[in-house]
Design a protein around this ligand. Sequence first.
Ligand code: AMP
Ligand code: GLY
Length: 428
Amino acid sequence: MKVLLIGSGGREHALAWGLAQSPKLSKLFIAPGNAGTAQLGENVPISAENLSELAQFARTEKIDLTVVGPEAPIVAGIRDLFERENLKIIAPTQRTSFLEGSKVHAKAFMEKHGIPTARHASFESFERAVTFARTMQPPIVIKADGLAAGKGVAIAQSHAEAEQVLREFMIAKRFGAASQRVVVEEFLAGKEFSLFVASDGVSWKLLGTAQDYKRLLDGDRGPNTGGMGSISPVPWLTEQMLDETVKKIVAPTFAALRQENLSYEGVLYFGLIWTERGPYVLEYNVRFGDPETQVLVPRFDFDLLEFYLAIAERQLERFETTLKPISVVCVVIASGGYPEHYEKGFVIEALTPGPTPLRGRGEWGEGVLIFHAGTALKENKIVTSGGRVLNVVGLGVSVSEARERAYSALAQVSFQGMHYRRDIGSGI
Ligand code: AMP
Ligand code: GLY
């Protein structure tokens, strides 16, 4: 089968690595990909947001299945476009993508269906939002309605700060139309975790749990980032807590979708928080997470391509989504200066272009995988080309073994200005 994978981050390299192991795969294209995906298939220089060119490529190359990594093309309606052209694709429809594409709509959905989430109100008027925020006890959570590349959530510590954030979002339109409407919600205290669930529109299956490390610096300090590391499974989440989450959140979400006549095909990401009153939804995402995918895919004890085909053919119920009983730790190496300004184009000495070892052995040692994110090929060298550059992934029988493997491999990698956290998976 010929597969087209859309995206260019660490998530997509991990998915490419999973797909490349399938005996059913004959050719993998990645649009636009990175220097890591180029080792597993052919990169195609089409942006993940250029839907019409992607469809044209799928048509001319006679692609059997398209898999979508990031949210932007999903929210822009890639599934609908491909379907109109009879092209097989795994992604939820645009109608269903409000779960991630509009916080206002997603919160209304949760409220209507009694799915536990922070109490909130939505606003289009700046004055009303400020008046409402003044009635709340800080910290106050403010969310831009639309997609804002993970930067659309602010936690204000005072009423003055809340007003300033609302002004920035709604008046200065920091995220354009995406921040014209906002959600103002109560702050929930607890421990965050993510749960990934696949659905084919008929049934759904749990895929696993993960935790990401969003802050830039050790000890969860510094600014929020796209993710500086991740672990799977979530070590503190017991079987009982997972059952409760399924009962209170996952099952009601899919029941609610059905009630609204919405069919969900693809992977649904539940961003959750475990509070004193049990699990609450912080957000839904209509896709796999990054960097969570980098720790989930190595645990999949099934053929990733067969898994996607089972979704496409609505046969998920019969498909076993078994996980390996291992722990996986991912440490992100970022460019110096990220998430603010950073320079690109530094050579990553340790990496050489060439095929990636498929089984986690080889040049990086037992149980280590390196997934690229912001990397590019330049004159036969691998250079940095983004904020988050590499994902060093360790696999082990325990978190500590996985962590040790990741960090000892990481010691072999260097490029100018690189930054990483030293505490991913520690203290567990
Ligand atoms: P979201 O994009 O909605 O997941 O928000 C991003 C991050 O903001 C979450 O991972 C949490 O760390 C934080 N956050 C969002 N909503 C809340 C809330 N109601 N209470 C506390 N923290 C929150
Ligand atoms: N890890 C957060 C996200 O993928 O949105």
